[in-house]
Ligand binder design. Structure first.
Ligand SMILES: [Mg+2]
Length: 201
């Protein structure tokens, strides 16, 4: 029998984007990347992006190399330190358990190399069918939405993702992870959780 399919969003669902961002900033500061100048370069770079999910670490590191007297190797080494990349406390255990009886896939929006880097550093790749995963620049485009397996479960922290899937794919079982204590989302086939371990109940 085929295993049920579960799709996980990556950022702020499995991966602690905020904490990881603080970690790599702190690591860069240690090698002389001053916070104030860094923030200026970072926000200038972000303002050039059409979507915040278009963030490409290579572009940021290139800009930092141009603006600070640090070698690109040293910069990359500090930025990519394994310890900078952190998951939510319950992520590993939840994936370990769910991967035993389910076919897990990622449903993630972002720069492919950036997302792959996070997967590698946090060592969650072994729990997923990465070939069948959807890691896309615009994951809510009709072509990508159409690729989600019929009747699958999808877990995401973004309300707009859940809402759009609810309207376009009524066959899906949607789980909204309410990380920031927002107002509840209601609708058919939408379950709200606050912690991934609720998926094991
Ligand atoms: Mg997310």
């Amino acid at each position: 029998m085929e295993k049920p399919n579960i799709y996980f969003d990556l950022d702020r669902t499995l991966f602690d984007t905020v904490k990881s961002g603080q970690n790599y900033r702190a690591a860069l500061e240690k090698i002389g990347i001053g916070t104030e100048k860094y923030e200026q370069i970072y926000s200038n770079y972000k303002s050039t992006l059409e979507s915040s999910t278009d963030f490409d670490p290579k572009k940021l590191l290139d800009l930092l190399t141009k603006n600070f007297n640090v070698s690109p190797e040293k910069l990359a080494q500090s930025f990519w330190e394994k310890g900078n990349f952190v998951l939510f406390p319950e992520t590993m255990k939840t994936l370990e358990k769910l991967s035993q009886n389910n076919d897990l896939r990622l449903f993630s929006e972002g720069n492919k190399n950036w997302q792959k880097g996070k997967i590698e550093k946090t060592e969650i790749g072994e729990f997923f069918d990465l070939e069948a995963s959807l890691i896309e620049k615009r994951k809510l485009s009709p072509e990508v939405i159409a690729e989600i397996v019929q009747g699958a479960m999808v877990i995401d922290d973004k309300k707009e993702v859940i809402k759009q899937l609810a309207s376009q794919r009524p066959d899906l079982h949607l789980v909204w992870i309410n990380r920031n204590n927002e107002e509840e989302l209601t609708g058919q086939n939408i379950r709200t959780i606050r912690d991934l371990s609720e998926l094991l109940e």
